[in-house]
Design a binder for this molecule. Structure first.
Ligand code: NIG
Ligand code: FE
Length: 430
């Protein structure tokens, strides 16, 4: 007797499951992407009901939405665990300044960079922020991303940080991509606190974090038991270690999950701090020390690397993700999609860069962009891998070998994207 499925995909050349034992992958396990050949998958009520040999799935399920994959590759939807895509304006002038030799952190110190986006974002209406956010999420979806973390951090005052959280909430409800919210009020010092940096830390700890937590407790994220994170940019010309510690400890006491921008340009000791506080992820890690790599490997914290940033800044120095993996750290990759350091919506492009400059194999890059990225976003129990009961988030690629997702670059290979068992992007012709 056949069961009714909402969607079946049959005749899949490689079904790449990226499944793990309930934890992020480490070490040699990152080379295993869990391929089922000549496969099929069925979704019921938004979830993966079954997968296996194509003929077995065809025999067990009947569906009005039956897709012939034509021998191509199906993977889990990508998870992008670090983005800053709610903002107004652009940074095209800064792009040209950097081409002519200007330094990213010097531009910030002179009141440009992140602060120029803050000016535009403060002026923008909630509707405008949501509209721009949707067009960026559309680009990410077309690249195969089905879950994305989004940070605030272009408000830097209570009203605008809360406006950004409201935009993030609306994007989650109004777009197929699932959103994970992160408060990054500690992204830079706003101009009104240029001479009183600790005064801004007081404002974050005394007002912005508590109001953001209050927003969260009344939001659908909390109702659906989905997490919210707090993050800090610990860096020269941004927050020092002492300020970062105050902010992360205050956030932890309020029950935020923790993240940190650590070691992007300068090692100020933030990796150790964040690992010891139990951060879910520490991100960037370009200048992490060997001692901190050992601590990371021995912890549950996921190390997120962002090779798009180095590429965009025209740098030849990348985080040593090879060493992180070989040392036993759980490693994920993200686009860091933002207007300044990484205007890139594509996890396949991030994979392509990670393979070339960080010496990841395509298998490691794929696990880093799916299962490990899901754990970095606090969503490893439902997204980032193909297993029964997980969300029906799938991508069909125009290739018969998954390694080509990282091998070819510059053109997007996603033909069909399924979110919660529904086709949400489709250029596939079987
Ligand atoms: O992850 N480093 C700080 N934040 C972002 C850049 C944001 C921006 O330049 O607007 C990053 O690189
Ligand atoms: Fe970032």
């Amino acid at each position: 007797m056949q069961s009714n499925a909402d969607l079946v995909i049959l005749n899949i050349g490689q079904l790449v499951t990226c499944s793990s034992d309930g934890k992020p992958k480490r070490g040699v396990a990152m080379r295993d992407v869990g391929i089922v050949e000549d496969a099929g998958v069925a979704c019921i009520e938004g979830k993966i009901a079954a997968f296996g040999r194509s003929k077995d799935v065809a025999a067990a399920f009947v569906s009005s939405e039956s897709i012939d994959a034509d021998g191509k590759v199906v993977t889990p939807g990508f998870v992008d665990p670090h983005t800053h895509i709610v903002f107004a304006g652009n940074r095209l002038d800064e792009f040209e300044l950097k081409i002519e030799g200007a330094d990213y952190l010097d531009i910030l110190k002179q009141g440009g960079g992140i602060i120029s986006t803050v000016r535009r974002t403060r002026e923008a209406s909630l509707e405008d922020l949501v509209e721009h956010g949707i067009s960026r999420l559309d680009k990410m979806l077309a690249c195969g991303t089905t879950t994305a973390e989004i940070k605030t951090g272009y408000g830097l005052d209570p009203a605008t940080e809360l406006k950004m959280l409201a935009a993030i909430g609306e994007l989650d409800l109004g777009h197929p991509i699932d959103i994970v919210p992160t408060l990054l009020a500690a992204h830079a010092f706003p101009p009104e606190f240029a001479d009183d940096n600790d005064g801004y830390v007081d404002l974050i700890c005394g007002e912005i974090l508590p109001r953001a937590w209050d927003w969260y407790t009344r939001s659908h994220f909390c109702e659906e038991r989905r997490p919210i994170f707090a993050d800090v940019f610990c860096e020269r010309n941004a927050f020092d270690l002492r300020q970062s510690e105050r902010i992360l400890k205050t956030a932890k006491a309020l029950w935020f999950g923790l993240k940190a921008h650590a070691d992007e340009f300068t090692n100020l000791g933030c990796s150790r701090l964040a690992i010891e506080l139990g951060a879910v992820s520490i991100d960037h890690l370009d200048t992490i020390s060997d001692d901190e790599i050992k601590l990371l490997a021995a912890s549950e914290t996921v190390g997120v690397v962002t090779p798009t940033v180095n590429f965009n800044l025209g740098s030849t120095h990348f985080a040593d993700a090879r060493k992180l993996i070989d040392s036993g750290c759980a490693v994920a990759i993200s686009t860091d999609y933002n207007p300044g350091s990484a205007p890139c919506p594509s996890q396949p492009m991030t994979m392509a860069l990670a393979c070339r400059y960080q010496k990841l194999l395509p298998s490691e890059a794929l696990n880093a962009a799916t299962i490990n990225a899901a754990f970095a976003a606090g969503a490893g129990n439902r997204a980032g891998s193909i297993r029964e009961g997980n969300q029906g988030d799938l991508v069909l690629f125009n290739t018969s070998d998954y390694r080509e997702i990282a091998y070819e670059f510059g053109a997007e290979m996603a033909e069909l994207v399924v979110k919660n068992g529904q086709v949400v992007f489709d250029t596939h012709q079987a």
